[in-house]
Structure formats: structure tokens, C-alpha cells
Design a protein around this ligand. Structure first.
Ligand SMILES: Cc1cc2nc3c(=O)[nH]c(=O)nc-3n(C[C@H](O)[C@H](O)[C@H](O)COP(=O)(O)OP(=O)(O)OC[C@H]3O[C@@H](n4cnc5c(N)ncnc54)[C@H](O)[C@@H]3O)c2cc1C
Length: 388
């Protein structure tokens, strides 16, 4: 494998993922979007080719690759016109299980995930009443003998109908009994097939993007005690580790989107003749495309910095957040420019721009909103007073 610092090429991974994605052209993704369906065949093909097991160590049947390589896989999916949002959960959830799961849990789940027998696509953190204020979550898990009993509610939990397992964050010690509000929460592996028989109810949420996401209701749902990941009470810290991986992967997807939009805009602006010349000959059209390209390239540098730190096991909260911020901003600006460059045709579904436009817009809000990144940097990097 090549890793050239100047270009971060990872050519063999790119070639492999591109070849697979080429079997799923624009028409495929458009059809799935129109039908509000799940891209089953595409995700199956990625799983069978081993791409979604990239981060699983070789001892457990995966390829033992790092976050940098995983991010290239996600980038290429979006760059090909697809949407990695249908399957990226497995990558970042994997890093939580890898870093904090017990040997027994890894032996139990990882080989099956690597073989495609189990899917770990879901993570349940967000709640309707607390939103971004995660430490105030109200879902509780109370230990009773050899199991925990869970009660509460989650919202916006994605891919649950296409997953077998979910990583769940719940409070195990009441907030008024802990020193810091970030303590006293724990994470669990929930076997969704069991959970659906014992107290879990799922209600799908119709939304702007073709993204399978749901409300969850827990009514005395039981989880075996051995499904606790790591130590009880330390779940918030573990989730934050996983969130750094998630932010970097989303950044890579936005980079993929950004290149896709720039490429489509560039091609159309070169071909479309109005007033007897290509529209791209007008600086009013070409400058925004050039600017969008510059922004994507710049965001990409922060993405590689974050990958490098994460893979070296070093703190990367600031870089992961900044990469996600820059990349989501760049892809959204590129989306706008691409739409504008296409004039009316940008709105036609058959050009795929309005679909990708909707898809990339999500990343200003999820998995962390832009304001929260700004407040993280203000407080933790610049030392400004905490605002909430
Ligand atoms: C399609 C989709 C899929 C998702 N998938 C998942 C998933 O799989 N698992 C999961 O756990 N969650 C998921 N989420 C939830 C997502 O992480 C949250 O929507 C996001 O973190 C924002 O939380 P919220 O919607 O509650 O907004 P709120 O917290 O209610 O915030 C609303 C707005 O106010 C701003 N705001 C809030 N507080 C402050 C403040 N102190 N200072 C400045 N601005 C502030 C926010 O930035 C935001 O713009 C998903 C969301 C969507 C839309």
C-alpha cells in the first residue's frame, strides 16, 4: 500500500473501492433515493468485498487497517456518487468496540461482523428532550442481578432496521450522585433481535434525505450484564473516542462529496454553451468553482492530520472536530456552486445534484452541529469561558 504524505493516495484502496462503486452507477443511487429504499445490494457488495471490515484486526478476520484507510473507503463511496451514510456506522462503531471492548466481546462479535453475519451499524446517543446536551440524557440502565434494565427514549437513531447490533449510551448512576456530569454513563452492545422481543419499539422518522433513522422507546428492555463495554460509568469518554473517528470519517465523506460537486460543476461549465461560449469561460462562473475546489483541498489537509493522530493513538479531538467543520462547510459550498452552475438543470433529479445537495447538507447538523464544534474549539483549544 502506498501512503504518500503529499497526496495521501492510497491508490490500491481507491482503485478497489472505485471498481466496486462503478457497478452501482448514478441510476442505482437515484432509484434507491426515489424509492426511499436502503441500498441493500451496494452495502452487501461492500461487506462481501471486506471493505466494511477494514478496521477489524486480522486476528479477528478483518484487514487490520487504520482510520486513514477507512476514511479513504468512505470518501470514495461519496466521490463515486453514492452515500456512505447508509453504512458508515459500522466503521466508527467498530473503533469503539476495538478500543474499549473486552477480549471476549471482540471474539464474540468481530469475526461475525468481518464475515458479514452480523452488522454493527447503529449507535444510540441522541435523545428528544436533551439534544446536544448529552450528559443530561434520561435513558437509564439499572443493574438487576446478571442484567441491566433500560428505560427511556432515543431519537434520530440511524440504520437500526439494517443492523443486528447497536451501541447504546445510558445513564447508570443518577446525575446528582456523580462528581462530574460526564461520569455515570455507560455503553452497551445491544442485540437488536433480542431487544425487539423485550421492550424495544422502533418508529421510523421520515426526513429530507433518504436516510433510515428512527425514534426508539425502551420499556424495561433487558441487556445481559456482559454486554457492558469497558467499565461502568466511563461510557461518555468511550463514546467521545468513537465520535472522533466518526467525525473524521464524515469529514472524508464530505471531501468525497466536495470533489464530486466540483467535478460535476467543472464538466458542466465546460460543456454548456450560452451566449455562444461555455458558461465556464465567465469568471462569474469559474471563480466559485475554483474557490470550492480550494476549500475542499484545504479541508482535506486537516482530515489527514486528524487521521494521523487518531491512528497513532494520540488525542485528536480538536483536529477531528476541525476536519469535520471544514469538510462539511467545503462540501456544502461546493454543492451550492454546483447547483448554481447547472442553472435549472441542477434541480432535475436525473442530474443527481439535488440528491447529493440534500445528502451533504446533513453534515452541518449531524453527527455534531457546526455551533458545537465552534464552542469546542473556543473552549478547549482557545481557553475561552465555557458557554454552557
Ligand atoms: C438524519 C440524522 C441522522 C442521525 N443519526 C444519529 C444516530 O445514528 N445516532 C445518534 O445518536 N444521533 C443521530 N442523529 C442526531 C444528531 O447527532 C443530532 O441531531 C445533532 O447532534 C443535533 O442535536 P439536536 O438535533 O438535538 O439539536 P439541538 O441540540 O436541539 O440543537 C438545535 C440547534 O441549536 C444549536 N445549539 C444548541 N445548543 C447550543 C449552544 N449551547 N450554543 C450554540 N448553539 C447551540 C445546535 O447547534 C443546533 O443547530 C442524527 C440526526 C439526523 C438529522
Amino acid at each position: 500500500m502506498t501512503h504518500d504524505d503529499a497526496t495521501n493516495r492510497y491508490d490500491d484502496i481507491r482503485d478497489g473501492v472505485r471498481a466496486l462503486c462503478a457497478q452501482f452507477p448514478d441510476e442505482y443511487h437515484r432509484r434507491i433515493d426515489t424509492a426511499r429504499a436502503y441500498p441493500d445490494e451496494f452495502v452487501k457488495a461492500l461487506t462481501e468485498a471486506g471493505w466494511l471490515a477494514a478496521m477489524i484486526p486480522q486476528d479477528f478476520g478483518g484487514s487490520g487497517l487504520g482510520l486513514a484507510e477507512a476514511s479513504v473507503i468512505m470518501e470514495e463511496i461519496n466521490r463515486s456518487g453514492g452515500n456512505a451514510g447508509a453504512c458508515h456506522g459500522q466503521m466508527y462503531n467498530m473503533s469503539t468496540l476495538l478500543r474499549h471492548g473486552s477480549e471476549a466481546q471482540k471474539r464474540e462479535y468481530l469475526p461475525k461482523i468481518a464475515r458479514g453475519e452480523l452488522r454493527l451499524q447503529s449507535m444510540g446517543v441522541t435523545e428528544p428532550t436533551t439534544g446536544t446536551d448529552t450528559t443530561n440524557i434520561r435513558t437509564v440502565a439499572v443493574k438487576k442481578g446478571d442484567h441491566y434494565v433500560v428505560n427511556g427514549q432515543k431519537v434520530w437513531i440511524s440504520r437500526i432496521q439494517h443492523s443486528d447490533l447497536m451501541i447504546l449510551l445510558a445513564r447508570t448512576t443518577p446525575i446528582d450522585e456523580v462528581r462530574k456530569k460526564s461520569e455515570g454513563m455507560s455503553i452497551f452492545i445491544v442485540d437488536l433481535r433480542q431487544a425487539l422481543k423485550s421492550g424495544l419499539t422502533i418508529r421510523p422518522i421520515a426526513n429530507m434525505v433518504n436516510h433510515e433513522t428512527n425514534e426508539l422507546f425502551f420499556d424495561d428492555m433487558e441487556i445481559p450484564a456482559e454486554n457492558l463495554i469497558g467499565e461502568e460509568g466511563k461510557g461518555f469518554r468511550y463514546i467521545l473516542d468513537g465520535l472522533n473517528a466518526e467525525r473524521v470519517l464524515i469529514a472524508a465523506e464530505c471531501i468525497g462529496d466536495g470533489y464530486w460537486f466540483v467535478d460535476r460543476a467543472r464538466r458542466y461549465a465546460g460543456d454548456r454553451i450560452v451566449f455562444g461560449r461555455p458558461i465556464g469561460q465567465n469568471q462569474g462562473v469559474q471563480f466559485p468553482i475554483a474557490e470550492a475546489y480550494i476549500e475542499v483541498e484545504a479541508a482535506n489537509l486537516m482530515r489527514w492530520k486528524a487521521c494521523k493522530l487518531f491512528d497513532a493513538g494520540q488525542p485528536c479531538g480538536a483536529e477531528a472536530n476541525m476536519a469535520k467543520y471544514l469538510a462539511a462547510k467545503a462540501s456544502w459550498e461546493a454543492a451550492n456552486v454546483c447547483l448554481q452552475s447547472h442553472g435549472g438543470f441542477g434541480f432535475a433529479a436525473e442530474y443527481d445534484i439535488e440528491r447529493k445537495f440534500r445528502e451533504t447538507r446533513l453534515y452541518q447538523v449531524a453527527p455534531i452541529s457546526t455551533n458545537l464544534i465552534l464552542s469546542y474549539v473556543a473552549e478547549h483549544v482557545l481557553g475561552l469561558p465555557r458557554s454552557f
